[in-house]
Write a protein that binds this ligand. Structure first.
Ligand code: ARG
Length: 457
């Protein structure tokens, strides 16, 4: 088989080299973007009188026929034609004859591949934003049902202060909101057109880069041809944003795993989202959140991989850059899978409010409130902290919780205690009282959910 670039060569390519250097096995994912870019390019070639209008028409018809076949899975790509760009060019020439060879006038695979990836990532970024919103909707829905469900809030994974479960879930809502913002913001930089930068230096043909940029829905052409073909920072940015997002997904997954354990029993994932053990019949394993947590590694890996790949590269294109694709594809697909599962898994999760309440009743997480109680009555907070430390120690020794002590026992520690202390220590009251802006007080949580809904709509 003759190569599209075969003219300068006297020998066929070594088969191993052909295999090793080809990217068609993975860059065929860019087939439709490649055709879209070619359609805009060939229209422009016609409009600028670089090729004849009848040639434009033939090439466009040929491209549309190939597009149809790609959509129907009717094409076979070959390693001999190395990558998606040359495979499609070859298919075009087979389809319409030598006139197909005019398509590549005034461009190079270098601006072509960059254009394809910008188009791909723009579309995928928008799709991911929608998937993030579905996760956020599940969070809001559960949060709304559990504003007054209380559970221990933790620091150092030690019970700290009781919080609203709705509040806890909404913490993740805002993380995902920022992830969505970051994706949105990255679109500004994804949306530049490399097309027409040609191999690296531009082209002597009187092309119109603004025209192709507009036709492809880009905001503007890259102002520098070297930058246009060498830049992969739009992918780095996507991988960075994705790394942050999968970190959030992983932390949430970790909590679901903990909460679902026998030790916590705060939630139960729906059977449809769990799997069994092949040997221990009693087990219901949280495989989905475990995998979500586990997928984090590969996305961080792709980010580190591309950073490392690019750091020493001289301008402009180097073949190393062909390695930029698989990590990007894998990150997109990993996130699509993760977000698509997370949304229904959260929505169907059963929340065990009684278990949460029991946990709160069996801890010392209302201790801060006793300190606050004394502080309000005039004792300096630091001193109050010391007094309560002694009360907690006493209670532990007596095997009692703070609500089990009698008023007399409290008064042994400070004469400031009165009977209203018991009301103050009631966990519901403890949560409701934290009504500072963004706090876990029920009114604040409701306000926050309202705000979240405005962000979603
Ligand atoms: N398959 C190549 C890549 O993905 C396309 C660009 C090839 N350019 C070149 N000068 N060899 O990077």
């Amino acid at each position: 088989m003759t190569k599209l670039w075969g003219g300068r060569f006297t020998k066929p390519t070594n088969k191993l080299v052909e295999e090793y250097t080809s990217s068609i096995n993975f860059d065929q994912k860019l087939a439709l973007q490649d055709i879209e870019g070619s359609m805009a390019h060939v229209e422009m070639l016609g409009a600028c009188d670089i090729i004849q209008m009848n040639e434009v028409i033939q090439i466009k018809e040929g491209l549309l026929a190939i597009q149809e076949k790609v959509k129907n899975g009717d094409v076979t790509f070959s390693v001999e034609h190395e990558d998606i760009h040359m495979n499609i060019e070859k298919l075009l020439i087979d389809e319409i004859g030598p006139v197909g060879g005019k398509l590549h006038t005034g461009r190079s695979r270098n601006d072509q591949v960059a254009t394809d990836m910008h188009l791909y990532l723009r579309e995928k970024t928008k799709g991911l934003m929608e998937l993030v919103e579905a996760v956020q909707s599940s969070l809001v829905e559960q949060a709304e049902n559990h504003v007054e469900t209380i559970l221990p809030g933790y620091t150092h994974l030690q019970r700290a202060q009781p919080v609203s479960f709705g509040h806890h879930l909404m913490a993740y809502f805002w993380m995902f909101e920022r992830d969505k913002d970051r994706l949105q913001d990255s679109l500004k930089r994804v949306n530049w057109s490399p097309l027409g930068a040609a191999a690296l230096a531009g082209t002597p043909y009187p092309i119109d880069r603004q025209m192709t940029s507009d036709a492809l829905g880009f905001d503007q052409p890259y102002p520098n041809s070297l930058d246009a073909v060498s830049d992969r920072d739009f992918i780095l940015e996507f991988l960075s944003v994705s790394s942050i997002m999968i970190t959030h997904i992983s932390r949430l997954s970790e909590e679901l795993i903990l909460w679902g354990s026998q030790e916590f029993q705060f939630v139960e994932l729906d059977d449809a989202f769990c799997t069994g053990s092949s040997i221990m019949p009693q087990k219901k394993n949280p495989d989905v959140p475990e995998l979500l947590r586990g997928k984090t590694g590969r996305i961080y890996g792709h980010l580190m991989g591309l950073l490392t790949l690019l750091k020493g590269l001289p301008l402009a294109y180097n073949k190393d850059m062909q390695e930029d694709k698989e990590g990007m594809f894998d990150t997109v697909e990993t996130l699509e899978g993760a977000l698509s599962l997370l949304a229904p898994m959260l929505a169907s999760m059963q929340v065990k409010g009684d278990q949460m309440k029991n946990a709160v009743n069996e801890d010392y997480s209302n201790a801060t409130d006793i300190a606050d109680y004394l502080a309000v009555k005039g004792m300096p907070f630091r001193e109050a902290h010391e007094v309560i430390g002694k009360i907690v120690l006493y209670s532990i020794q007596q095997k009692k919780y703070l609500l089990d002590l009698t008023l007399e026992e409290y008064q042994d520690f400070s004469s400031l205690f009165e009977v209203d202390i018991f009301e103050k220590l009631n966990p519901n009251q403890v949560v409701a009282a934290r009504n500072s802006e963004g706090g876990t007080g029920f009114d604040q949580v409701r306000k926050q959910i309202q705000l979240a809904k405005e962000h979603l709509s």
